[in-house]
Ligand binder design. Structure first.
Ligand code: ZN
Length: 593
């Protein structure tokens, strides 16, 4: 029943085409309930329709041309535009390129992932026409698949695929997008009242669509979902490994219902559409719970939603898996096992600071250790920790729970280890330093460009330099670099310009073997897969403590730190280049700022 509207529609098309009658349609509707197959495939498997009938009906449903590939010649330009390995998937035939638009023939018009990937790899806009799977495979010289098309696709609603997802790991057959168009064609009420919005949001197609958007993102291990109202459409984009890519576009009219649905899930006010709202919800997928943090903002073209996915499994909590080199790992691991003092991490938003600190807490988390955190907000719940949500109440500041207040309260709970989400003003910095000097191990983050700068930022918060120096154990800066796809890695020689921008002009750097990813199916043609952290780590020893307490310049402190073997972002990235883990381009990128 869940896809009633869509099924009826394609069934109706078959009846209009005169290929089946009402009795066969009824039989197929009944049958597909048991098999969970698409209606078209059910009819095809029963021999009631041909593959051509199916392609013609889908073409009508999606309002695109149907073509017979027997009558087609493919332009050389189109053929050359597509990597050979993608052609081997047998999912499409490239036909022609006109006005920077590549036209392809597909048998499954809901294969958005393919269309996305082709658009990324070729740089062209994509247009598709429909043909049959058999024709496409035979055109490409591939053997026919046994069984009806679609049989190899997994049933929808299952749990996520294996590591890295990959082809066919997501449900693609239950596309409710066309239903949404259908439902909202006659409904132009953009400023609907709450009860109308509620009604719209409770419609099956909307619920299915929002579920699909969320499930796909979780299965792909994305970090964020962006649902944006543009002038003529709703655009859904996912952030994966720090990169934002468009996933689908939806009819503009469905926007308010989608946003309302998300508000209902997040316990927000659906009638309020003119101020920003923040919320949260959790979903259970099999045994795991995935938490979401929601932010909704009113934009000129309608409300936009951003859903941050806080899947615990997205977090590599194994210290060794973060990206530390052996030396860096030893240093960090030694520092976090000190009984008291402060360890500060800096880096831009999205540089993985929180992950590094959580991995440290996780490795220190045992029955004999009391760990309390104060965060804005708590990003990952770890069992065995006491975690406090810091919250600023703008209308009634007395009711705000600031980092400073939370920290004071925490200290009365006799913790061994404290994590403070961020130190940004004097009060918090002052209490944190005093806590670090009275037998607590304190972790926190500071906004600073590099490790040395962390010392400067703390001093700027009007903290006594002597206390500061005494409390410091280690200061860290970190960035994330994209790692080369292992399936398509190849050696190459960077250009002179690359060496110059990477600050690798000395002859010794020409001796290094450099690698990059050529782009393959495994990495969606990007040449990169996954990310790893690179670190700048400075251990504060007695000599450096004396320099900090004595008010020596940051420049001097850096010089001595480097002499003592402080690692830098540049050096740490170079180590990864030598190991064939990342590229010279990534070094240029992370060292540019
Ligand atoms: Zn690859």
């Amino acid at each position: 029943m869940s896809e009633f509207l869509r099924k009826k529609k394609i069934g109706q098309i078959f009846i209009e085409m005169g290929v089946i009658d009402d009795a066969k349609l009824d039989w197929a509707l009944q049958k597909q309930q048991e098999t969970n197959q698409l209606l078209g495939h059910t009819l095809l498997a029963a021999g009631y329709i041909t593959e051509d009938d199916l392609a013609i009906a889908l073409a009508k449903q999606f309002d695109v041309p149907y073509i017979d590939l027997k009558d087609v010649t493919v332009s050389d330009e189109a053929k050359r535009s597509v990597p050979a390995n993608l052609l081997q998937t047998g999912e499409f035939v490239p036909l022609e390129i006109v006005n920077k638009t590549l036209t392809i023939a597909v048998s499954d018009p809901t294969n958005y992932e393919l269309i996305d990937r082709l658009s990324t790899v070729t740089g062209y806009e994509l247009k598709y026409v429909l043909s049959t799977q058999s024709q496409i495979r035979s055109f490409l010289g591939l053997p026919p698949l046994t069984g009806p098309p679609g049989e190899t696709a997994p049933a929808s609603g299952g749990e996520g695929g294996g590591e890295g997802g990959g082809e066919g790991s997501e449900p693609q057959n239950d596309d409710p997008v066309s239903d949404v168009n259908l439902e909202f064609e006659s409904d132009g009420d953009e400023d609907g009242k709450a009860d109308i919005l509620k009604q719209q949001a409770d419609q099956k197609p909307i619920i299915l669509l929002v579920n699909k958007i969320i499930l796909n993102a979780v299965n792909k291990r994305c970090s964020d979902i962006h649902i944006e109202s543009w002038d003529t459409k709703i655009v859904v984009r996912y952030r994966l490994d720090g990169i934002l890519t468009e996933q689908m576009t939806i009819a503009k009219k469905a926007g308010p219902a989608i946003i309302s649905r998300i508000k209902i899930m997040s316990d927000l006010n659906i009638a309020e559409r003119s101020v920003p709202q923040d919320g949260a919800f959790s979903i259970k997928l099999g045994k795991k719970t995935v938490d979401f943090r929601i932010s909704i903002i009113p934009c000129c073209e309608g409300e936009c939603a951003c859903l941050r996915i806080l899947a615990k499994e997205n977090l590599k909590l194994d210290l060794k898996a973060l990206g530390f080199s052996d030396i860096e790992y030893d240093r960090f691991n030694r520092a976090i096992r000190r009984p008291y003092g402060i360890i500060l991490v800096s880096g831009p938003t999205g540089s993985g600071k929180t992950t590094t600190l959580y991995a440290a807490l996780q490795s220190l988390n045992d029955a004999e250790t009391k760990i309390i955190t104060a965060e804005d907000p708590v990003e990952y719940k770890l069992s065995g920790l006491n975690q406090i949500n810091v919250k600023i109440n703008k209308t009634d500041p007395d009711r705000s729970l600031t980092f400073g207040k939370a920290l004071k309260a925490m200290l009365r709970h006799d913790p061994d280890i404290i994590l403070l989400g961020e130190i940004r003003e004097h009060e918090t910095a002052d209490i944190a330093i005093k806590a670090a000097l009275t037998g607590h191990l304190v972790f926190s983050t500071v906004h600073a460009n590099n490790a040395i700068d962390v010392i400067g930022r703390m001093a700027d918060m009007d903290i006594d330099r002597y206390l500061l120096a005494a409390a410091f154990i280690q200061v860290i800066a970190q960035r994330l670099v994209k790692t080369i796809c292992k399936s398509c890695i190849e050696e190459y020689t960077p250009t002179e310009e690359d060496f110059k921008f990477a600050d690798l002009l000395a002859p010794e750097y020409k001796e290094i073997k450099y690698y990059k990813g050529a782009g393959c199916q495994n990495c969606g043609g990007k040449g990169y897969k996954g990310r790893a952290a690179v670190y700048e780590i400075l251990d504060i020893d007695d000599e450096l403590r004396a320099m900090i307490a004595g008010g020596q310049s940051l420049y001097e402190i850096k010089r001595v730190g480097l002499e003592k073997g402080m690692t830098t972002i540049h050096g740490s990235t170079l180590t990864k280049i030598r190991k064939g883990e990342t590229t010279i381009q990534e070094l240029i990128r992370v060292c540019a700022a």
